[in-house]
Design a protein. Sequence first.
Length: 132
Amino acid sequence: MIGIDTNIVVRLLTRDDPEQFDAAVSLVSASSASAPLFVNPVVILETIWVLERVYKVDRVTARKQLAGLLDTVEIRVPEMLRMENWTSWLNSAHPGFSDVVIADLNRANGCEKTVTFDRRAAASVPGMELLS
């Protein structure tokens, strides 16, 4: 298994550098279910941030693009990030993707709740509560 950095994922989604895009496609093509590429949660969060902030992709589109890429046999994500979580993450009304992922990862690891000082997150992210 080979881990990939955010810039590889971004190239695959944006195709903004033809040479790097071709190299990234070759890497994915050389991978398989038995020899996948690993995408960790930090790469997922960074990719969403880059797509939304740098490339100005709207929230729903950015999340759907990334989910589509991660739902391939060549890509492996940590067990807690399997696609059943993407539905709730994609449909979240909260604009901060990282808050949604943080709350869900914490829940998947046995946390009864995630406390925050972020009022918006506490109001719109399932499993988050305001610490006051």
